[in-house]
Every structure is written in C-alpha cells, then in structure tokens.
Design a protein around this ligand. Structure first.
Ligand code: PMP
Ligand code: GLN
Length: 390
C-alpha cells in the first residue's frame, strides 16, 4: 500500500499502487542482496508434484479446466480436509479451485459484501485484504495483534463489530507475525461470529507450517462454525510452488456458490496442468507434511538466532515462513527507513510491517524476514546481518 496518487485510479484503489513485496524484490535484484523480503522458497517443490505437472502438459491437459476445478483436485481437497481435520465437504458443491488464495479472498469479499459493509480483520493484515475489501466497496475495521505473542483482546474484537459488519476475515497461521491462534482464541472469534451472526472468511494458507508441536485448528471445526465459514487455502506454500497459483475454497453449498459466482467472472478458471499435479501432491503421505514443518522450524531457529545476535528484538514465530523483528534496539524507529538502508548496509532485504497496519505507530518499528530459504543462504544472511552489531 504505497505510492503516489494516480489520477486515473478510482477512489476505491487510491493508495494501493504497488505492493511492498514487488517493491522490495525489485530492490533485492537491483542491489544484488539476499531477498528475505517476499515470501517464496528458493528450492523447488517435491519431484512427484513437478513430474505430475510435466506429465499433465504432455498429456494435453492444457485447455480450460471446468470452472469449479478439475474433479480429481476437488476430490483431493475434500480428502485433505477430512484426513487432517475430520471436516467433510462435498467435492461437487462445497469445494472450489481458484487462482491462488489471492483470488479466493478477492472473490469471497466481492461476492459476500454489499457496498458500505464493514469487514473486521486483525492487523497487521496481509496486504491483499485491504485492497480486496476496498474493491468490494466495503470498509475495514481492524483489531491490533500485539507483541510479543501477537494475541488479541477479545473485548477489542467485540467492540470492532457494528451493525454494518458483514464478516470477520481471519488469518492463522498469521502473516506477517507468525502467530498461530490456539483453540481458545478461535473460540473467542467464533463466539463473536455466532453472537452477531457474522460470516467468517479464514485464510489458512500456512496450515501445514506450525512449529514446536502446535497443531493448526481450522475455524470450521469449531461448533457452529462450519455453516458460516469460508475456508481458504493454497498449494503455493505447502508444495513450494508459489508461482503456480492454485488455491481453493471450502464452504457450505450456498456460500460456496456465492463465491463461485464472483470467481467465474474474475478468471473463470486457471492453471490447467497444475490442478492434477496438486491433486498428486495432496495424496503425498503424512511424512511429507511433517518434514516440511520440521525443516522450516530449523530454518526459523537459524534466522531467529541470527537476528537476535545482530541485536534485533525477535518475536519467534509459532508458524509460517516469517519472523517479525523490532529494529529499535539497532537505533532505528522507522522500519521503512531501515529496510531501505539494509541492502546498502549489509546486502539483505526485509519488508517493513507498517504497510500491513492502519495504526501506523504500532507497525512503525517492525520488519519482517522470510526464512523459507536454503540453510546456506540463511547462513550467509546471518553473517551479513551480524555486521549490524559491530
Ligand atoms: N494469504 C496469505 C496470508 C499469504 O501470505 C499469501 C501469500 N503467500 C496469500 C494469501 C496468497 O496466496 P496465493 O499465492 O496462493 O495467492
Ligand atoms: N505472500 C507473500 C508474502 O507475504 C508474497 C505474495 C506477493 O508477492 N503478493 O511475502
């Protein structure tokens, strides 16, 4: 959410000109820095999944797939929800394949909100939430997650809900803080949703990236929530193929049909050969998922230790690809200025968190580093970051 006013851009989108991720990745390329900004892994996904995509291309699966997604992928998504969470979804009426979670989020907001409705979300929030809410003509109200654990005050959540509130937009495991809401926190959100008869849209793209034995709890598993919850996830993170942009939605039939109505006029469909490949990925044994989380946990520790040694205040994440750190111990109070100088100072790129906040003061001193990189790259980044302490 940055950039100058563009006179052609409509009023809903003023202020959203370029994403901070694109800006920081361009800075990394320009300065030849290690890019710990934008969250994407620097290794390929599992060979089974890559081979399945190549096979699908060779087999001619290159034309428009059905709008809701190919049946084998919808079946695999339903089987995944059942296997991991005991949730039952009908692959024909309750599962929709989208062009990444980004499209799923946009389609849900466009489908479910009336102009002038309010959407309550936690801040910091993933940047596309603000833009999606704005494109839907809705208004966002935020509840601030606070360090060190990045929990929320349930009274603040209750107070953020008004008669205009249409839905709660929830992300756990959470980007950029790495917080993972536990059952009690989810129950507090669910209680508000039920009391005020709200829909809940949950973004669970980091569902398989939780650490230290924590389990991801989907909102839809809580009593009374399945019927009011739109669950969104994506293959990008789980299978290390962020560029494939295969996402999905699970929801009860009427809710799903509403989201599908918006989705079909955004892209209609996408990713023909990648859809069967992700179906193959979802059939991988449990060990694949456990190894993914364990590998990331090691990387989290590697980068967090390095950041602490370099002098940052580090908020060790419970999940995701990301760690948030406070730059004040390094003599800065502005994360944007810090991130602009970091490539020159030590050849590393991070992302300032302030762009994910309405409360600019709360986000000002915070920056986000991605640790989904090879250990040798993290080791090199650690060496470079240590020079900040000297
Ligand atoms: N939600 C969150 C919280 C994310 O971090 C991201 C980006 N990875 C997305 C949604 C978008 O996912 P996709 O790349 O599948 O569109
Ligand atoms: N989700 C990724 C992140 O948070 C980036 C996605 C993007 O570039 N829009 O870094």
């Amino acid at each position: 959410m940055s950039g100058p006013r563009n006179r052609y851009l409509n009023s809903r989108l003023q202020g959203f000109t370029s994403t901070i991720f694109a800006e920081m990745s361009a800075l990394a390329v320009r300065t030849g820095s290690i890019n710990l900004g934008q969250g994407f892994p620097d290794t390929d996904g599992s060979p089974e999944v890559l081979d399945a995509a190549i096979r699908a291309i060779r087999e001619g699966r290159n034309q428009y797939p059905p709008g809701p997604g190919v049946p084998e992928l919808r079946n695999a998504i339903a089987a995944h929800q059942h296997h991991w969470y005991g949730l039952t979804y009908d692959p024909d009426t309750e599962v929709l394949v989208t062009v990444g979670a980004t499209e799923a989020i946009a389609a849900a907001l466009l489908a479910l909100c009336e102009t002038g409705d309010e959407v309550v979300t936690f801040e910091p929030y993933y940047d596309s939430y603000a833009a999606g809410i704005a494109m839907a003509g809705a208004h966002r109200r935020t509840v601030t997650l606070r360090a060190p654990a990045y929990g929320f005050d349930p009274d603040e959540l209750r107070a953020a809900v008004t008669d205009r509130t249409r839905l709660l937009l929830v992300n756990s495991p959470h980007n950029p803080t790495g917080a993972v809401f536990d059952r009690e926190q989810l129950e507090q959100i669910a209680a508000v949703a039920i009391e005020r008869d709200l829909l809940v849209v949950t973004d669970e793209v980091y569902e398989h990236m939780t650490f230290d034995g924590r389990a991801h709890v989907p909102m839809a598993t809580l009593p009374g929530m399945r019927e009011r919850t739109v669950t969104i996830s994506s293959a990008g993170k789980t299978f290390s193929v962020t560029g494939w942009k295969i996402g999905w939605v699970c929801a009860p039939p009427d809710l799903l049909a509403a989201v599908r109505t918006a989705k079909q006029f955004l892209t209609f469909t996408g990713g023909a050969p990648f859809q069967p490949a992700i179906a193959a990925g979802l059939a991988l044994p449990e060990q694949f998922y456990l190894d993914l989380a364990a590998g990331l946990q090691d990387k989290r520790d590697q980068l967090c230790d390095a950041l602490s040694a370099a002098g940052f205040e580090v908020f060790r994440p419970a999940g995701t690809y990301f760690v948030t750190a406070d730059v004040r111990p390094l003599g800065y109070d502005d994360g944007v200025a810090f991130c602009r100088e970091l490539p020159e100072r030590c050849g590393v790129v991070a992302v300032p968190n302030v762009g994910f906040y309405d409360d600019q003061q709360a986000g000002a001193p915070l920056v986000r580093f991605a640790f989904c990189k090879r250990p040798e790259i993290l080791a090199e980044a650690a060496e470079r970051l240590l020079t900040l302490a000297r």
